[in-house]
Design a protein around this ligand. Structure first.
Ligand code: SAT
Ligand code: MN
Length: 586
């Protein structure tokens, strides 16, 4: 095959001349093509068949043990002006980066097949959707991209109609961490990734395109590309509010997006609808509200911890037609990870399971599955205009200080709340786990430009006629003195979402505090929960002293963005710091 779009054909020819593959395959996205790829990977050992009776259409992929997560220190944003990448990104000059990458790509596909993957991020007919083409030498990447995006002939047709697309070039290379780079050229709508086959580094439609490149595009085009799940909450009257929520990787976005209401809520008729679990593109509609689409078509979810107790919807979703990466296997060849019943016999590296080697499944082991397989999948996920967002939620892992929920007073305060977000690090990226770091809007690894400009862009949505979502902050991860979580989380998080919707609808009054509005006594419905009074008080307490220190730390953090930090954000920080001082004195 080939393309009638000259710019696409020329780029494919150029890449082929550089990488010198034995064969070129243009992906059409058909079932036959997928089956053939799977056959081939079963033969090469890239995929291992799992128990087809319990898990029809499910396969296991074992990655190289040194290639199991995103590599933030090897991920670069290559803008002409270093300032534009900001202190939140690693930067390299475009000339240097291209030279470095093209040397790695030189001849790297010799003897192999080069796959050309046209894909669309978002419903294929949506004006909010954007297209790209990924060139890769990895059949595993092709199979995953088919699930995670609208991939194939329809996407190619849209690209040929529109004439523009994001160019992504990927090779697994030698999987040598010393020869691994993920480079973004936002000004050229180009991505070059070499030396890793792992999701976020290799499925270029996901973090590279839909967040880093898209956030850069969104800034000039007046929209937002965010690291957020999208969930619809339907009340017993049949009214649905859509909520977009930002949490860092591996902090429960998939679980919140697929939440199962607590027993009493279910009996009353509450329902939850999953629109997306990781990425959200939003833009103002004609009525002034923000409308959101999920640019993805599948879930690339964290396996460990996924169980009947935590996320039964996810378990149902992944019972068939799923690719598992780096999970363990049971004696009867079923996929296994920590949190599931049963026992592993083989660990994620294919060794006989030995607890002395650590967890059986890699902590960042993943499943790739079509979104439509989720029992709570929302048909509105295919709505080309997107869904209207009533509330935006920010949250992270904060073992102390930060209350279960609070609401920002207005949009500018909400932007500060998002900017000030902090969370303990997780296994989704290489490096230390459990260290508190600021992760503004959960976009620290993904904002494709200077955070100062990014905050300014967020603030710019507050203009006459705008009917913006209310902004909240949550913390499901508060711990008691004994180190145990104080809040049950999972399905019970609906109790907190209900309070938010009550705030949006003007039904809940809340209690004003210097840091924002918290539920007043009795507003959170806690019936059926075995929480004592002290725990509830701790969960909703605002410790003025502790928050004063936090505000000082936030102030220091904001200063790190220098001149590009919007004054308005600094003013918000000072306003709250002052209010805390006054409250402390009182
Ligand atoms: O590796 S991904 O970036 O795709 C998943 C994540 O870390 O959020
Ligand atoms: Mn993510």
């Amino acid at each position: 095959m080939s393309s009638k779009l000259e710019s696409l054909q020329r780029w494919v020819d150029e890449v082929a001349a550089l990488t010198r593959p034995a064969k070129i395959h243009w992906c059409d996205g058909s079932d036959a093509e997928y089956r053939q790829l799977v056959e081939q990977m079963l033969q090469t050992g890239d995929l291992i068949e799992l128990n087809q009776e319990t898990h029809p259409g499910c396969y296991l992929h074992r990655s190289s043990p040194s290639d199991v997560a995103r590599v933030e220190h090897l991920t670069f944003v290559c803008t002409e002006d270093e300032q534009d990448a900001g202190p939140n990104n690693h930067w390299m000059s475009p000339t240097e980066a291209h030279t470095k990458m093209d040397a790695l790509f030189d001849g790297c596909m010799e003897g192999r097949t080069m796959y050309v993957i046209p894909y669309c991020m978002g419903p294929i007919d949506s004006p909010l959707a954007r297209c790209g083409v990924e060139i890769t030498d990895s059949p595993y990447v092709v199979a995953n991209m088919r699930t995670m995006t609208r991939m194939g002939a329809a996407a190619q047709a849209r690209i040929e109609r529109e004439g523009t697309f994001v160019k992504g070039l990927h090779s697994t290379g030698e999987l040598d961490p010393e020869r691994r780079f993920i480079m973004h050229f936002p000004e050229e709508l180009t991505i070059k990734s070499y030396g890793s086959g792992y999701g976020g580094n290799a499925l270029l439609g996901k973090k590279c395109h839909a967040l880093r490149i898209a956030s850069f595009q969104a800034k000039s085009e007046g929209w937002l590309a965010e690291h957020m799940l999208i969930v619809g909450i339907e009340n017993p009257k049949g009214e649905t509010h859509y909520v977009a929520a930002a949490f860092p990787s591996a902090c429960g976005k998939t679980n919140l997006a697929m939440l199962i209401p607590p027993e009493g809520y279910r009996q009353d008729g509450w329902k939850v609808w999953t629109v997306g679990d990781d990425i959200c593109w939003m833009r103002p509609g004609a009525d002034g509200r923000l409308y959101a689409i999920n640019p993805e078509a599948g879930y690339f979810g964290v396996a460990p911890g996924t169980s009947d107790a935590t996320n039964p919807n996810a378990l149902t979703t992944i019972a068939r037609d799923t690719i598992f990466t780096n999970v363990a296997v049971t004696a009867d060849n079923q996929p296994w990870w920590e949190g599931l019943p049963g026992e592993p016999v083989t660990d994620w590296q294919g060794r006989p399971y030995d607890p002395a080697n650590g967890p059986a499944a890699h902590p960042n082991s993943r499943f790739t599955v079509s979104a439509k397989q989720c029992p709570t999948w929302s048909p509105r996920a295919e709505d080309s205009q997107g869904v209207p967002i009533s509330a935006i939620v920010f949250g992270g892992r904060r073992p102390s200080l930060v209350p279960l929920v609070f609401q920002a007073r207005d949009w500018a305060h909400g932007v500060l709340v998002g900017a000030a977000m902090g969370s303990e690090t997780t296994a989704a990226a290489t490096g230390a786990v459990g260290v508190l770091r600021r992760d503004s809007m959960a976009m620290k690894p993904f904002a494709g430009y200077h955070y100062g400009d990014y905050f300014r862009h967020w603030l710019s949505f507050d203009k006459p006629g705008a009917k913006l979502p209310k902004i909240f902050h949550v913390n499901w991860f508060r711990k008691g003195e004994d180190g145990r979580f104080l809040w049950p989380g999972y399905g019970d998080n609906l109790r907190v979402l209900e309070w938010m919707i009550d705030r949006v609808e003007g039904r809940a009054k809340g209690r004003q505090t210097p840091i924002g509005i918290v539920p007043s006594e009795g507003e959170l419905k806690l019936d059926g929960l075995a929480l004592d009074r002290r725990t509830i008080e701790t969960l909703l307490d605002v410790d003025h002293n502790g928050w004063s220190d936090e505000l000082a730390a936030i102030g220091d953090y904001l200063q790190s963005f220098g001149e590009r930090l919007p004054d308005e954000l600094q003013a918000e920080q000072q306003r709250i710091a002052e209010a805390l001082k006054t409250a402390e004195a009182a």
